[in-house]
Each structure stands twice: as C-alpha cells, then as structure tokens.
Design a protein around this ligand. Structure first.
Ligand code: ZN
Ligand code: ZN
Length: 131
C-alpha cells in the first residue's frame, strides 16, 4: 500500500503493517499532529520504502533518540523513527490505501485531551447541514 504527505512531494510504500494500529494520546503526538491523538503502527524497516521526495523530509527529535519525520513543504508527519530500532512508527493517517485492519488499542490516555469526546456525536458524510 502507498502513502503520501498532504502536498504530494513525498510518497512511500509499505509492504505490510508489522503490528496492530493503536491510537496514541501522548502530548508529543498531540502536538506533532495538532490532533486529539495519532493513529500509528510499527512497520519493519525492510517493509517500508520511500518512493519519492525523501530529500524533502525534515525531522524533529521530540524525545531523546526519537525523530519525527515530516514533509518540509506541507508539514505532514509521516513516520517516527527511534535510533537503533529496526522499525518505523508509521502515522497511519498518511496512508492513501486501506490497510484492511482496525485499531486495537489506545495508549498514553493519561495525556488524553480533556475536550476529546467522539462517542455518540452526530456524523455527517461531509459538512454538517446548514453550514
Ligand atoms: Zn508535503
Ligand atoms: Zn504518542
């Protein structure tokens, strides 16, 4: 399956996810994505391939040895890597294809955004009526 950043400068391919998808609520994921939580999954290095635009990657060391890699043009956070680890932590929201599996857990709920409440809210396929 393929993934890309918002502007399309960077594309990657993933052969398979090597662990379950989880939602991370940690403060650094919230800030890095400017979102209530980040959906992530481990992909072994040999199953992850940059297709184009790798030279446009920037990275930020959000905790010692952990590099968050994002597009320097549009800011999309694509993967995080831990130095010395044989996997990348894929930001699943950047996939263009359906991985065919559902998230299995939440982590770092101690950092849960206090305003987050998505259970039971009305859902609209696009904008809400009357907007
Ligand atoms: Zn981009
Ligand atoms: Zn996190």
């Amino acid at each position: 399956m393929k993934g890309s950043c918002l502007c399309g400068a960077i594309e990657y391919a993933v052969d398979q996810l090597d662990a379950a998808i989880g939602h991370c609520h940690c403060r650094t994921c919230r800030k890095a994505h400017s979102a209530a939580f980040a959906s992530t999954a481990r992909v072994n290095q040999e199953h992850f391939h940059w297709i184009k635009g790798k030279e446009k990657l920037s990275s930020f060391e959000s905790s010692p040895g952990k590099l968050r890699q994002f597009c320097s043009v549009c800011g999309s956070h694509l993967v995080a890597v831990r130095l010395g680890q044989p996997y990348v932590i894929l930001r699943v929201g950047s996939l263009d294809d359906d991985p065919g599996v559902k998230p299995q857990y939440h982590i770092w709920t101690s950092h849960h955004a206090p305003w987050l409440d998505y259970e039971g809210l009305p859902e609209h396929a696009e904008w809400q009526p009357g907007r």
